[in-house]
Structures are given as C-alpha cells and as structure tokens.
Design a protein around this ligand. Structure first.
Ligand SMILES: C[S@@+](CC[C@H](N)C(=O)[O-])C[C@H]1O[C@@H](n2cnc3c(N)ncnc32)[C@H](O)[C@@H]1O
Length: 372
C-alpha cells in the first residue's frame, strides 16, 4: 500500500502503513501552539520541546513551524518504523532537532533529563506509566503535557482501572468529565511530590476523545499545594460538597448515603493570567488551521469563565429531570442564576452544563420555581 501524504497546518508529512496518524487529534495539536507561544513569551526565550511519542512527527513539526518560538524539537518513538518516518518528515519540513528510537521513560531519565522546557506525552490509552518520568525530567518551571484517552476509566465506567492507574475512587456521575481531568492532575501531583516537585495546572482540556492537561512543574516542598487535594461528596439529587483532604477525619464527617469521589485536584483547572496573556497577544492567530484558530479562541474564553468556580458542574438536562420539568434554554438558566446573585459560567464539559457557586439544592429550587 502506498504511503499517505498528509497536509496539516504548515506541516506536510508522509504517513506509511503502520505509523499512527489520527485526523481527529488535529485540534489537540493546533491548541498547543498558542500555549507554546505564551510560554515562550513568559520565559523571554525560545523553547526546547519534546514530542516524545511522536508517531509521524506531525505534532512537533507543527509546533516548530507554527508557534514561532521553538528553537529545537526532540522527537522520539519506540517503533522503528515511526522513527524512520519521523527522520524523513523532520528533514523534509526543515525542522531543527533530534530524533530518538527509545522507550520514552529511558529517554527522559537519560539524554533528556532536565533539558526540555515542554514535554508532550501522547500515548494510546493511559499516560500513567509515563507520568513519573515526565514530571521528574522536565526542566524546573517547565510544562508537562499529558493526553489520556482511557476515558472509560477516568470517567468512572471502570472504577477498578481508575484506582489501579490513578489511585483514586472514581464514580460515574453527570459531572464525571470534570472529575476525569481532576483525577489525572492529582495523579501528576502525587508523582511530582516523589521528586520534591509539585505541579500547577495551566490549562486542562476535556473532549469526547481525550483528557489533556498542561501542567507547570516546580521544585520544592514548602509550596506543595496540600489544600488543593480533596474529595467531592455527592448525595444523589440532594447535595454536592467539596472536602479538602486535610479536613477528612477532622471537622468533615461522611454521612451514610454520600458518594465519596477522589482524591482529586480541587484547585483551579486553568491559570487565568496565562489565558489572558494569550488573548492580549492574540496568540491563537499562530495556528495555521483557520477553523482551529476560531475554536481555540472560543474554548479559551469558556475556560477563562470556568476557572475559579467550584470543582464540578451542573447538567441542566439532568437537573431538569430531577424536578420533573423539560430542560429550559441554557441562557434562560444563566439569567435566572445571575438575577439571584450567583456567579455562573458555561463550561467546556457540556453544551448544557453550567458552573456556578449556587448549591445543588438551591439550583433545584430555582428550577422548580420556573413556570411550567
Ligand atoms: C497515539 S500515538 C502518537 C500520535 C502523535 N503524537 C500525533 O499527534 O500524531 C502513540 C505513539 O507512541 C509510541 N509509543 C508507545 N509506547 C511508547 C513508549 N513506551 N516509548 C516511546 N514511544 C511509545 C507508539 O509507537 C505510537 O507511535
């Protein structure tokens, strides 16, 4: 079978049979470009980037060609065929960098140790086997980016798998998509702690295909964010509460009938100063795929709104069925909440989802008060 030639953004790559390329992941590649550009502007220099599970190399090639801020890309894939393909594609696209054919963990603990500013780990399924080496090896203050496609585990369909891979108790609820991101971030924080490091989420993305987190990794013990780890306590149809880990066994007691979900990251999913910087500099314009440019700007706007609201969201369809009404338009519910004095934002997790500081029982009462 003839090799495929793919044009994506500014990259033109050959993809032979047996080398992975997923056109549906194009937006995930595009979205990283303004983030790289913002990171370089914070650091005041160009970045050295690792595309360490690279397949055809399309991701790292686009980062180099489109972000305008990458001095060098280190590519890696343990498949020999992928390695040969990357070498060819890197040469043909005029990218500066190095190409390796290693297990990513071996590379991170050897040649790549403390050399990379931005490490992108994009496996099939779970990233959990690679988290430890990535957070240990990135340069101090650099970004580790992890994709997870094992959403059935992270969203609580397979709680045993989630427990094994992420050491958290995950349940299937209507807000499980957000829990998925929070459990992934928590497991990175746990790994970082083993190396006297900690993480700060910069941007966290959930789509139907993947969860993807951009985390800043810092050195130190004193600023470890103990207060940002905790549980969600959910009583079906009645209440959702957040319990920081340090309160368990102290003032918080867990009543019968409460679903305990976690531990997980309960701090902000995104850094709004970082997002504001992308908007100020209009960095999404660096994305060469026009549709993705618009989608990235829209998504960042939603993230900006949801960042500092409680660590769960409400699904209007689900809540409407709880009170026996047909779902009202989302804009109408937003007005209702704002008029009642609550903060409210749309969310990336669902077109009919809202984040707000209104409690579940008050939200249900507001819906009950709507004319039938
Ligand atoms: C989902 S694909 C990567 C797709 C690519 N990042 C993109 O955007 O097109 C995962 C790649 O990781 C490689 N891989 C799997 N396990 C690996 C490991 N332990 N070390 C290095 N590469 C690995 C596979 O050969 C495969 O090419």
């Amino acid at each position: 079978m003839a090799d495929k030639v793919i044009v994506e953004g500014m990259a033109r790559v050959v993809v032979p049979e047996g080398v992975f390329y997923n056109p549906l992941a194009r937006f995930s590649r595009s979205f990283a470009i303004p983030i790289l550009a913002m990171e370089s502007s914070i650091r005041g220099r160009e970045l050295i980037v690792g595309d360490l599970m690279a397949a055809s190399g399309v991701r790292g090639i686009r980062y180099f060609l489109e972000s305008g801020c990458v001095s060098e890309v280190w590519f890696n894939d343990r498949s020999r065929r992928a390695f040969d393909t990357i070498k060819l594609n890197v040469r043909e696209n005029g990218v500066d960098g190095r190409v390796f054919n290693m297990d990513v963990r071996a590379l991170l603990y050897s040649d790549a140790l403390y050399k990379l500013d931005f490490i992108d780990i994009d496996p099939f399924g779970t990233p959990s086997p690679y988290i430890d080496s990535a957070v240990a090896a990135v340069r101090e203050g650099g970004l580790v980016v992890l994709t997870a496609t094992d959403l059935t585990a992270l969203c609580g369909l397979y709680p045993r798998a989630a427990f094994r891979k992420y050491f958290s108790v995950v349940r299937k609820t209507w807000f499980c998509h957000e829990v998925a991101l929070r459990v992934l971030i928590y497991s990175c924080l746990v790994a970082a702690g083993r190396h006297d490091r900690y993480i700060e989420p910069v941007i966290s993305v959930f789509t139907e295909q993947y969860a993807r987190v951009y985390l800043r990794v810092r050195e130190g013990k004193i600023r470890y964010p103990y207060g940002s780890v905790g549980f969600i306590l959910y009583r079906e149809g009645e209440s959702i509460d957040v319990a920081p880990l340090k309160s368990i066994g102290g003032e918080a007691s867990i009543e019968k009938g409460v679903m305990v979900i976690g531990p997980m990251w309960i701090g902000p999913l995104h850094n709004n100063d970082f997002i504001d910087g992308i908007f100020d500099r209009e960095l999404f314009n660096r994305i060469a795929v026009e549709g993705d440019r618009l989608r990235a700007a829209k998504l960042l706007k939603v993230m900006r709104g949801e960042a500092d609201l409680p660590p769960y969201y409400y699904d209007i369809h689900k809540l409407s069925s709880m009170v026996g009404i047909s779902p009202p338009p989302v804009d109408k519910v937003i007005r209702l909440l704002v008029d009642a004095g609550y903060r409210v934002s749309r969310t990336q997790f669902s077109g009919h989802g809202l984040k707000t500081d209104c409690s579940l029982s008050d939200f249900l009462d507001l819906l009950r008060g709507l004319p039938r």
